[in-house]
Design a binder for this molecule. Structure first.
Ligand code: SF4
Length: 316
């Protein structure tokens, strides 16, 4: 197992004794060279989990392992330097994630420069190499982020993450800010890099069809907890948890003809606030199959098969 978490929690303390349970006990394992897709609505805690996994947020409790090694709960600057060689992140917004005052050479080469093991000309050569790998040109090196389109900026973000040669990359909604026509190009690029570099990816997104296409396995997150995990096709075509079922039914069908004819069952209401959570199923106030005890008893994780799990009283 390359990545493993055990009951990982990330809480934020707000004013007046309020606690925001952004991630509330996530246990998951990702095998080497696997893509795990993590889906859920905005506010479900997906990005916070990705950041806590690679030390960009300090963990409140629980454990996270990389290659069997326990990662520190709070990364020191030295830990960041050490683990950035192995653990990287591609951010959602290619517009705000690149420093507008830095050239492309400075942005992509920054990780190598911080490591202090490469000369200026070696960094320049490697940046030129990576620009070509991500479909840009060496003469883009002296330009600034505002001179590029959204898709090109995401390519720069990908080169910045990959130049270090990481083993595990969190892709945090890497395509959601891009035009549909560019999304497929970025997905293909990530898949090529995964193959050529032997990468393991956590692919965070809310487009379920895209996640199914990209991922080996899928995990569904709701209000800081995982409600279902399994092989991507099993979860997509035979969802068990009522939330996964509704999420898939409300996911737009890529074929406009099918999209017009199929039934639409929207998920009722908004995701509730993750502040001061109480026991019980977190989906209870929106679930069409809710039972009385769902409101007070937290469902345990049930294994439906070797690698398909669900947290719902219907299966217990
Ligand atoms: Fe619905 Fe109850 Fe299952 Fe929660 S535990 S998803 S409320 S049936």
């Amino acid at each position: 197992m390359l990545i493993e978490t055990v009951q990982l929690k990330k809480h934020f303390t707000l004013g007046r004794g309020q606690i925001l349970h952004a991630v509330d006990g996530v246990s998951i394992a990702i095998e080497e060279n696997e893509i795990l897709g993590l889906v859920g609505e905005s506010g479900s805690g997906k990005s916070t989990f990705g950041k806590a996994l690679i030390g960009l947020h300090a963990r409140t409790s629980g454990e996270a392992f990389y290659n069997g090694e326990l990662l520190p709960a709070r990364f020191s600057p030295k830990d960041h330097l050490h683990y950035s060689r192995e653990l990287q992140m591609i951010f959602q917004d290619p517009y705000s994630s690149l420093n507008p005052r830095m050239t492309v050479l400075e942005i992509i080469g920054e990780g190598l420069r911080i490591q202090g093991q490469h000369s200026k000309s070696q960094i320049r050569d490697q940046v030129a190499d990576w620009l070509s790998k991500v479909g840009l040109h060496a003469d883009h090196m002296s330009r600034y982020p505002h001179e590029f389109s959204g898709g090109q900026r995401q390519r720069i973000g990908i080169a910045r993450a990959m130049i270090i040669g990481p083993k595990f990359v969190v892709c945090d909604e890497p395509i959601s800010a891009l035009d549909v026509s560019v999304q497929a190009q970025i997905i293909n690029l990530l898949e090529e890099l995964k193959q050529s570099m032997g990468l393991t990816l956590l692919f965070i997104a809310h487009d379920l069809s895209m996640v199914r296409y990209v991922s080996d396995r899928m995990a569904v997150m709701y209000l800081g907890t995982l409600v279902e995990t399994g092989p991507a096709d099993d979860v997509f075509f035979e969802p068990k948890h009522p939330y996964t079922q509704l999420l898939i039914e409300s996911n737009p069908e890529p074929d406009p003809k099918l999209e017009r004819t199929r039934p639409h069952i929207p998920i009722k209401g908004e995701i509730t606030s993750p502040i001061n959570m109480k026991p019980g199923c977190r989906f209870a106030d929106r679930c069409p199959k809710v039972m009385e005890h769902c409101k007070t008893v937290t469902p345990a994780v049930t294994s439906l098969s070797d690698n398909h799990t669900v947290s719902c009283h219907l299966y217990q």
